[in-house]
Design a protein around this ligand. Structure first.
Ligand SMILES: [Ca+2]
Ligand SMILES: [Ca+2]
Length: 187
């Protein structure tokens, strides 16, 4: 199955520290913009982090900088390409967070297509993706609760190939709510 995903402009990861909930978890979380990638580079394998946190990404297994939504973006081959953000403390989000990106998929894979993911084979951690978990291809936003179980919010709108979308997932730890937005509209 061929699958290509272009992610461009600002892939933003925002974290805010909840003041009242889960102090033991919140204590370690950096607040504010923790990583942002414009992917406006033209060559090489470094994607600069515009947040000031130094979380530069490393293009891994062959992604290319190509024309994207706003100036350049990064093209992923859908086979094994990704941008490696490593595992810095500022991205180990356990509290409130906003994940967002511009994406354009030339084809969809048979299963989930991760956009921003801090998940491993154990399927714990956060992930913003497009998914067919509920039939049509929609946004999926997944986090793990204190018991190690998935908590997932899906978008309601079926997504198409070869279309630019702004996608976002928001987790509000204080109010214990999750929301996803497609083109800045609640979905
Ligand atoms: Ca860009
Ligand atoms: Ca590759």
């Amino acid at each position: 199955m061929s699958y290509r995903l272009r992610t461009t402009v600002v892939l933003r990861i925002l974290a805010t520290v909840p003041l009242l909930m889960c102090p033991s978890l919140a204590a370690a979380q950096t607040s504010g913009l923790v990583a942002a990638y414009a992917f406006n580079e033209t060559s090489g394998t470094t994607a600069l982090d515009a947040s000031g946190n130094g979380n530069n990404g490393v293009l891994t297994n062959g992604p290319l900088f190509v024309v994207g939504k706003n100036s350049n973006g990064v093209r992923l081959d859908g086979v094994n390409d990704y941008v490696n953000l490593s595992n810095p403390a500022s991205l180990r989000l356990t509290g409130s967070m906003t994940l967002s990106a511009w994406i354009n998929s030339s084809a969809f894979p048979v299963d989930d297509a991760a956009i921003i993911s801090k998940r491993q084979s154990s399927e714990t951690g956060y992930q913003l993706d497009t998914t067919i978990d509920r039939g049509p291809r929609t946004i999926g936003f997944k986090i793990t609760n204190g018991s190690g179980n998935n908590v997932i919010r899906y978008g309601a709108t079926a997504m198409q190939t070869n279309t630019w979308y702004h996608v976002a997932g928001v987790y509000d730890a204080t109010n214990r709510t999750m929301a996803v937005y497609l083109n800045q509209t609640w979905s």
